[in-house]
Design a protein around this ligand. Structure first.
Ligand code: F6P
Length: 552
């Protein structure tokens, strides 16, 4: 891409703008009438995922213009530069190599002239050996009792990925071990996670790229106190009950973690792209090294698809570009992700960080304000529950909310027949919802006969609400890996088109700094620096209530 050309000046954007202005109002019924085989031709296969994008407000011409935009903005060259280990994270001067985390043992991926693959596999081997010990009951704590509980302490990318994947892969997890995930600095999070656990049987995994994040370190210190007072032991007990997943071996050692229980990763792995690095140790203990290897293979399958499939049949390209189409030309502010699987309940929350921390930017890679809409608000919950909550707005609200429906042909691997039988009902709803959103129903269609005239407008579903359907055979470790990499790369495509850096997160810093300044105001009444009138009044109210409670 010509980096000097401003976004709005690119002919590819102008062509799309004209195309949108000339859109003749054709809706999805008309688009399907014009191309009856659209259901099979507007679909792509990526690994085990069948991805149907036929229910989008787009024609072949639209897709062609969107693909021209991807070419004009240099998506493919930037992708290749990322995979090659170039420093595409321009504001932090770093390579972006999460794809190397799943590279095969014999691959060569260089960062700064060094092949990183041997280090990746050395850590994976270390993790596998340690996970094997815990799963076999051979890892013992300070008192010699076997470890039965694993508590991951981390936040953001050091929590959301492992916690989401642990839930997603519940049918594959070791049921003789207990797993908990603690992230919030609200003391209740840690307290509730620990209240029924015995310190002698508990292992803490402190997951933090920096090993300096306030929330995580505060929880780690509180967990250490809980452990030592519960055991009645001194600091020497820490080494047997703590492991660290971090880029900072030094900070981990200062905390008391023994060297052989530090699992390393590297600054070329972004926090929100790190769940398949050492940060995934809790997951590896839960599902075992073999299943973890299947997960890595699934991620790699999607990496290869992204690298090699032509853009017009490349799922991350297509999904990323369609999302840009709605954000820029249909004023869509948000994007719903609706997995029809209880095991994927945490998937939307995981995607929120992946997408919004990556693409919630308004400055381009050259440091200028962007002149387009960037990342949408990503939200969603598991299906079917959303149908009984917010689907009303999706069907009949005034806003256009593009949505991804994710479903599986077979139920979870461990279900007994009586419960597995519910799966067809779940999936009938899954298919019905995208059908209703796309094609709607006029008030005069069958089913509304006998309705009073007055009710007809209320019973009308306009349709033309765009959805993508992602269908896979079953939620296995490999399929989960494919899904995650699909979204990682979709986010990449969008960031590249918008010419923003998807790999930094400066926006989270200011709040952290201000909190440091306010802490003394809450405890002692005097902030480090003067604060605005609203915040000062709120703190005064807070302190009045807090001390009233203390006096009771
Ligand atoms: O929220 C900012 C952030 O830096 C995330 O990007 C990251 O995942 C999280 O904090 C946790 O950071 P760390 O792993 O260093 O504790």
């Amino acid at each position: 891409m010509n980096q000097d050309a401003r976004h709005s000046e690119l002919p590819a954007w102008a062509a799309l703008r004209r195309h949108r202005e000339q859109w003749d109002g054709a809706g999805l019924s008309e688009l399907f009438a014009a191309e009856p085989r659209r259901g099979t031709t507007f679909a792509v296969r990526a690994g085990d995922l069948h991805i149907d994008y036929s229910k989008h407000l787009c024609t072949r011409e639209t897709l062609g213009l969107l693909l021209d935009l991807a070419t004009a903005t240099g998506v493919a060259p930037l992708r290749d530069a990322m995979f090659r280990g170039e420093k595409v994270n321009v504001t932090e001067g770093r390579a972006v190599l999460h794809t190397a985390l799943r590279a095969p043992r014999d691959a060569v991926v260089e960062s700064g002239g060094v092949n990183v693959v041997p280090s990746v596999h050395a850590v994976l081997d270390h993790m596998a050996a340690f996970a094997g010990e815990v799963r076999a009951g051979r890892l013992t704590g300070h008192t010699g009792e076997r470890i039965r509980n694993v508590v991951n302490i981390g936040i953001g990318g050091s929590d959301l990925g492992p916690a989401m994947a642990y839930e997603a892969l519940r049918p594959y997890t070791a049921r003789h071990l207990t797993f908990r995930f603690v992230s919030n600095i609200d003391g209740s999070d840690l307290y509730d996670a620990l209240r029924d656990l015995r310190p002698a049987e508990t292992l803490f995994l402190v997951a933090s790229k920096s090993f300096a994040t306030l929330e995580t370190m505060s929880n780690a210190v509180a967990a250490r106190d809980w452990l030592l007072s519960g055991l009645g032991a001194g600091r020497e007990a820490v080494a047997r009950h703590f492991a660290a997943l971090t880029t900072s071996a030094r900070n981990a050692a200062d905390f008391g973690v023994s060297k052989d229980q530090v699992f390393e990763f590297w600054d070329w792995v972004g926090g929100r792209y790190s769940f398949d690095s050492a940060i995934g140790l809790s997951l590896m203990i839960a599902i075992g090294p073999e299943r973890f290897t299947e997960l890595l293979a699934g991620l790699r399958t999607m990496d290869e698809h992204f690298l090699t499939a032509p853009a017009e049949a490349n799922a991350p390209f297509l999904l990323g570009l369609l999302c840009i189409w709605y954000g820029e030309f249909f004023d869509a502010h948000s994007h719903a992700v609706l997995p029809y699987s209880s095991h994927l309940a945490k998937f939307p929350e995981y995607l929120q960080q992946l997408d919004m921390e990556s693409n919630g930017k308004s400055i381009d890679r050259q440091g200028r304000p962007v002149v387009c809409q960037t990342g949408p608000v990503v939200w969603g919950t598991r299906g079917i529950n959303g149908q009984h909550a917010y689907f009303q707005l999706l069907h009949q609200g005034t806003r256009l909310v593009p949505a991804d429906f994710i479903g599986f042909a077979r139920p979870a691997a461990d279900l007994p027949p009586a419960m597995a039988a519910q799966h067809d009902v779940l999936m009938a709803n899954f298919f019905a919802q995208t059908q209703a959103l796309a094609f709607g129903k006029s008030g005069s269609e069958p089913g509304s006969e006998g309705e009073s005239e007055a009710l007809l407008p209320h019973r009308t579903f306009r349709g033309d609400r765009p959805t993508t359907t992602v269908l896979a055979p079953q939620l296995t470790p490999s399929v989960l890996g494919q899904l995650i990499a699909l979204y990682e790369h979709k986010v990449f495509v969008q960031g590249a088109v918008w010419n923003i850096n998807s790999f930094d997160q400066w926006g989270v810093e200011l709040g952290k700094e201000l909190a440091k300044n306010l802490e003394p105001a809450l405890t002692r009444g005097t902030p480090g620096r003067p604060v605005d009138g609203s915040t000062a009044a709120l703190i005064a109210r807070y302190r009045a209530w807090a001390s009233a409670e203390a006096e009771r």
